[in-house]
Design a protein around this ligand. Structure first.
Ligand SMILES: [Ca+2]
Length: 157
């Protein structure tokens, strides 16, 4: 989480930890103020702010990410809001609701809920649930479709 540091000239985003995002010339720089290292950079050309999902050039390994180009999100959104790629915010309930709410329409991107395996057959019914039955002797058996009159989880004995 970051907040605007209005005292900084130029504008900066100060994290609650050791990180700072600040503009230097034509670059936004994500900086670790404790170790004095540059974590990542972003070209500031044609960008007002580094808000939204943008391709940063990571310099230091962070969060299991190696160096190189990575899409990172700097978001001004609150809990319960979705960050559009352009950095604007919408209520999370409007994500994947089949209506475009983000100006860039990204709230309707990647909305597939179910990924079907290649051998999935929509005309076949699902397999019956596998039930585990234990006898009074402690023997555990597995079976499909136990008799309807058998107590669930117990098979005579
Ligand atoms: Ca929507």
């Amino acid at each position: 989480m970051y907040y605007f540091d209005l005292a900084a000239v130029p504008l900066a985003f100060q994290g609650y930890g050791e990180y700072l995002v600040e503009q230097f010339g034509d670059m936004w720089v994500w900086y670790n103020t404790i170790t004095n290292t540059t974590m990542a950079t972003l070209s500031a050309q044609a960008l007002n702010y580094p808000i939204g999902r943008l391709s940063w050039n990571i310099k230091e390994k962070v969060c299991e990410q190696e160096s190189g180009q990575r899409v990172l999100t700097l978001s001004p959104c609150q809990v319960g809001e979705f960050t559009c790629t352009d950095g604007s915010c919408i209520p999370f309930a409007k994500r994947c609701d089949l209506k475009f709410d983000c100006k860039d329409k990204t709230d309707e991107s990647f909305c597939d809920i179910v990924n079907y395996p290649g051998d999935y057959r929509s005309k076949l019914p699902p397999r019956p649930a596998l039930r585990i039955r234990a006898s009074s002797t402690g023997v555990v058996t597995r079976g499909l479709n136990p008799p309807l009159n058998a107590p669930l989880g117990y098979a005579g004995g």
